[in-house]
Design a protein. Structure first.
Length: 283
């Protein structure tokens, strides 16, 4: 018998995500995958899945589901209230659901995105080696809708830590950035970045974190379209930087002043509008 869950309510946005499909830029396909991969990996470990198993990425929580089968779940990311059949449960540890029980996931206390792992993983078809939803190219499963039914894979016995402390999203992010390849388009790019300060815009999404604040002074004009990587900080003519995240386009025509290390992108993926961003040039 197939193991399934039914989505009663999605909340603002619910996406199937795993660790993505890197290595397909030559096809025009971004890497996609969970924006906070460490949180997804942790959730999978708590329920006994491989770290690469597909789970759900939830924007500002709000998901309600009904289990059609016995399963173990874990919710990670920022601190979040859970309820099973109306009774409080804890995030960041395994929670057992019996058939017909309902799980409700609240809004995270800080940050943007929580991650739900289910024992056996979400079993949707792979495309280019991944089950991730790519909002830019449309590859992978569509964003979840109310009353969707998801199939689960075969569970394995859970092992390792059975409870971990949640992390809180910071109100000020200090982000290391390596200059180039187009820092020569900016007058003293390192000083401009070091002395500037920005806040995360409400226009940010999985494609990129848009920043508002200090104008970066650059040359007029555009460059021929060239390849873009995750973490590239592109600067359009208005001087307000955009940090490319997992669903970014693979080419672009604005100069890239620098690149954010991948280990720090998860913090931008959790940054709510108004979060302060300070760049620290390195290398």
């Amino acid at each position: 018998m197939r193991r399934r869950i039914r989505i009663i309510k999605t909340g603002p946005q619910a996406l199937v995500q795993d660790l993505g499909r890197p290595g397909n830029a030559h096809l025009g396909v971004p890497p996609s995958g969970a924006l906070d991969q460490e949180s997804l990996k942790l959730a999978n470990r708590l329920v006994g899945n491989a770290e690469s198993a597909a789970g759900l990425e939830l924007l500002l929580g709000g998901l309600v589901l009904e289990a059609d089968t016995s399963c173990t779940i874990a919710v990670t990311g920022p601190p979040t209230e859970l309820r099973v059949d109306g009774r409080l449960a804890d995030s960041h540890q395994p929670v057992h659901l019996k058939p017909r029980q309902t799980l409700e996931i609240g809004t995270p206390q800080t940050g943007l995105r929580t991650y739900l792992a289910l024992s056996g993983g979400v079993d949707v078809p792979q495309e280019l080696g991944s089950r991730s939803t790519d909002l830019l190219s449309g590859i992978g499963p569509e964003p979840l809708r109310d009353n969707d039914v998801l199939q689960l894979g075969t569970p394995k016995p859970a092992r390792g830590a059975d409870v971990v402390p949640p992390h809180r999203a910071l109100q000020t992010l200090v982000i290391p950035i390596r200059l180039g390849p187009r820092d020569d388009w900016f007058e003293d790019a390192e000083t401009q970045l070091r002395q500037g300060e920005w806040t995360v815009s409400d226009r940010s999404n999985r494609v990129g974190a848009r920043l508002n604040g200090t104008k970066l002074n650059r040359r007029d004009g555009e460059i021929p379209s060239e390849g873009m990587i995750t973490g590239a900080v592109q600067v359009p003519p208005d001087g307000q930087p955009v940090v490319f995240l997992n669903d970014h386009p693979t080419t672009g025509g604005y100069p890239v002043i620098g690149v954010v290390d991948g280990d720090h992108l998860r913090f931008l993926g959790q940054a709510r509008p108004g979060t302060t961003v300070i760049f620290r040039p390195v290398g």
